[in-house]
Design a protein around this ligand. Structure first.
Ligand code: ATP
Ligand code: MG
Length: 767
């Protein structure tokens, strides 16, 4: 493609052509930042720069694939495939494997995913007898470890760091330094790194081996980083070190879209960049090419409420477009159906395809209701995140076998499979084995394969079981060099007894599990065929690495041709869709309850809202519900303050409900809201079908309104009566409790079991 530069506006072109020296592109959503990076790489290649001397870091593997594809269209796929391009984690995992010896790890090191890390923390807590202490929560402990690593604080430094130890003492977890130390040494023993270690160890490698650093500084003559606002300190330092020699570094980002501070992302990295590279060039992109004027202006109006931000202009020259729709549903189930019906209607009216629609939510748990509604209406959809394919039990089990085969010291994987399928190695044996491993400071595998084991007091039955397990694994290990990845996997699934176990169990669930395993076999076959065609090894190590590093957004099935997308807002960063539904826009959910108690937390939620809204090209819809099941309890919900913060001229509020989001003085961010024009009148449910305000109950929650026309009159519902529920199907009322309008019915549903339902929401029909 000869005219690629013509596909850029003047500002973008300038940013693309200025390839040498440090550059910073800070610009709003949809202004072509990613496009600039892509074309800049293509341009470098066109200028004769070697593809392997370009390092491009993206936020997801999917983004890297798309960028590579686009560059390939300009310079040819052959050249594009030689670029160093991927997420920080995947690129530096590759480098760490090559340099493993210097980093003090085997080159086949395992990557621990979050489940492995949690399990390791749990066993450490148990060992230290802290597992019963309330303050020592797995998540909290892991969060502290992760934060320390991302700030490059190693355990001995942690123990001396007054700020951290004081914070730990205040949270009543004073033994954090010791836990962190143990966690690190267990990982080392297991030849394993967690996600944060990939970055930390890269930093340590570069710090302790100047020759290695020099090699990569020389190799990567051009460095480019997308979504720079969400890099953490560890990532920042890696790029700074690598760019030290040639200083050809280009970073693009938008401070208004920084949404990962909970994972250690540091907006200061943008400021650091300015200090590190005096004389850097700053490029501003102001025109948004993605969205209608209404969407851009509405998004600007809400982000303007954040105090902490770099001033910039974003405008669209597209059509004004239609206003942003707002819908309030009676219940979360209703919300699902309303959205799905709207998708169907919009699809027909505007001749869209299913792939033009995205449903974005704040938390993964919200997806279920939409999934159910989509299934009922036979609409194809794909869901990202949540329990991804590779998180399923049967998949993790088989992968754990593969991990142990590649790296038998991987104790988390070993613990998972030592007694699966059951082979009589019980809890007590495991505890003993772990105690011995800890006493001798070795991995579980080393204990099991140690000839001195009989002295450890195991009876001969157990010893036999352990030895047949180690023989089984030893057999797999010896086969690795001579077999394809597919054949080894097949061998393992058969010899381990996994397949037999699933075949003998005739339940529907086992059938699904077998199908999932089959899918895993397919994935491995595809991966290893490709590799072996290129004359490489069987690729098992790389396959396992790729699987461990899948991000939310990469959880992508190949058949995503024409499907509605469901994902969290975090996963939607960088993407765009013609029609976007932002659902569950309620107080306590979005902004989330925790975040809204502090100003920085609230500002991050607002940025998240900005990210969500700016994904939409033509139409955006915001929905909330008056009630919602949380942890099996029916709770009342109030519309989010964000609905009140958007400049009202861009909203289409259903005529009958001109009021919503009653601001409460004293809430963070509410000061500004109250200056907006609001109609805070209350309405009666008879008159108005949709009502965004709600009466405030003693507990400060609005009482949800309901549309009596939809319901069977509550007094007709009596114990013994047969009823029908939209989601649960047919059932029998067992008993009632409470007073109108809060009568609760216990109903036994034929297919869904016993449920407690509030009559005013349940929409029960008598049958
Ligand atoms: P985000 O902040 O969401 O990551 P971004 O700044 O990276 O957005 P891009 O994704 O690069 O923006 O571009 C947004 C959309 O606008 C894309 O569909 C892109 O192809 C299109 N676009 C960007 N620049 C131009 C241009 N000069 N002419 C036509 N379309 C453009
Ligand atoms: Mg982008």
């Amino acid at each position: 493609m000869e005219n690629y530069l013509e596909q850029l506006n003047e500002a973008q072109k300038e940013a693309v052509l200025n390839t040498d020296g440090p550059s910073l592109v800070i610009a709003g959503a949809g202004s072509g930042k990613t496009r600039v990076l892509t074309y800049r790489i293509a341009h470098l290649l066109r200028q004769g720069v070697a593809p392997w001397s370009i390092l491009a870091l993206t936020f997801t593997n999917k983004a890297a694939r798309e960028m590579k594809e686009r560059i390939g269209q300009i310079v040819g796929q052959e050249v594009a495939s030689k670029l160093w391009m991927g997420t920080f984690h995947s690129v530096f995992a590759k480098i760490l494997r090559v340099e493993a010896e210097h980093a003090g790890f085997p080159s086949s090191f395992t990557i621990y995913d979050t489940t492995d890390s949690k399990s390791l923390v749990n066993s450490i807590l148990k060992n230290m007898k802290l597992n019963k202490e309330k303050a020592y929560k797995t998540g909290t402990v892991l969060g502290r470890i992760s934060a320390a690593k991302n700030d490059l604080i190693i355990p001995p430094v942690y123990a001396r760091d007054a700020q951290r130890t004081t914070a730990d003492a205040a949270s009543r977890i004073p033994r954090m330094p010791e836990i962190y130390q143990k966690y690190m040494s267990e990982c080392k023993k297991a030849g394993a790194m967690d996600f944060d270690d990939l970055l930390l160890n890269t930093n340590l490698l570069f710090r302790d081996h100047p020759d290695v650093l020099a090699k990569y500084q020389e190799r990567f003559k051009y460095i480019l980083v997308d979504e720079y606002q969400d890099t953490n300190f560890s990532q920042y330092l890696i790029t700074r070190k690598l760019a030290e020699k040639y200083k050809n570094i280009c970073v693009v980002g938008d401070d208004a879209q920084s949404i990962y501070s909970f994972r250690g992302a540091k907006i200061e990295n943008i400021l650091n960049f300015r200090n590190d590279y005096q004389g850097y060039k700053l490029f501003k992109l102001e025109q948004n090419y993605r969205s209608t004027r209404t969407i851009v202006n509405a998004a600007n109006s809400i982000i303007a409420r954040n105090d902490k931000q770099i001033q910039k202009t974003v405008f669209s020259q597209k059509d004004e477009g239609q206003k942003i729709n707002m819908i309030q549903a009676h219940s979360d189930v209703d919300e699902g159906f309303i959205v799905i019906n709207d998708i169907n209607e919009t699809r027909l009216r505007h001749q869209c395809q299913y792939k033009d629609f995205a449903i974005l939510y704040r938390t993964n748990a919200q997806s279920r209701i939409f999934e159910e509604a989509l299934r009922k209406k036979n609409i194809p959809y794909k869901i990202y995140g949540g329990l991804s394919f590779y998180q399923r039990k049967e998949i993790k089990d088989l992968l754990a076998y593969l991990r142990v085969t590649i790296n038998p010291k991987d104790s988390e994987a070993l613990k998972r499979i030592i007694n699966y399928p059951a082979r009589g190695i019980g809890k007590t044996t495991m505890e003993k084995l772990e105690a011995i491993a800890s006493q001798h400071d070795v991995s579980l595998w080393e204990v099991i394969t140690n000839p001195g084991l009989p002295n450890a007091g195991f009876n001969s039955g157990i010893l036999k079981k352990l030895s047949s397990f180690s023989t089984l694994i030893g057999g797999f290990i010896s086969q690795v060099p001579n077999m394809s990845a597919f054949d080894i996997t097949n061998e393992i699934a058969t010899q381990s007894g996994i397949l037999k176990e699933l075949h003998t169990d005739k339940s529907h669930e086992s059938q699904t599990r077998l199908e999932n395993l089959e899918e895993l076999f397919n994935a491995i076959r595809e991966f290893s065929d490709e590799r072996q065609e290129g004359g490489e090894d069987n690729g098992l190590v790389d396959f396992l690495e790729e699987v461990s590093l899948l991000t939310d957004q990469d959880n992508d099935s190949s058949d995503d041709i024409n499907k509605v997308t469901l994902m969290t807002i975090h996963a939607a960063k960088g993407l765009e869709f013609k029609n976007v539904y932002i659902v569950g826009v309620e107080e306590g959910l979005f902004p989330s309850g925790m975040a809204s108690t502090t100003e920085p937390g609230l500002e991050e939620e607002r940025r998240l809202f900005y990210v969500a809204l700016t994904r939409a090209e033509e139409r955006a819809t915001l929905t909330c519900s008056r009630s919602r099941y949380k942890f099996g309890e029916l709770t009342f919900a109030r519309p989010s303050r964000f609905l009140g913060e958007i400049d009202q001229q861009y909203l289409n509020i259903p005529e009958e409900s001109q009021s919503f989001a009653k601001p409460k003085p004293g809430m963070p961010g509410m000061g500004k809201t109250t200056r907006r024009k609001f109609n805070l009148e209350d309405e009666t449910p008879e008159k108005k079908k949709v009502n965004f305000s709600g009466k405030v109950l003693q507990n400060n929650r609005p009482e949800p309104k309901f549309n009596s026309r939809d319901l069977a009159a509550p007094n007709q519902i009596q114990p013994g009566v047969m009823v029908e529920h939209e989601r649960f199907g047919h059932g029998k009322v067992l008993h009632l409790e409470g007073n109108a309008p809060n009568i609760k019915a216990t109903v036994f549903f034929k297919n869904a079991g016993q449920k407690q339902l509030l009559l005013k929401f349940a929409k029960l029909k008598i049958i």
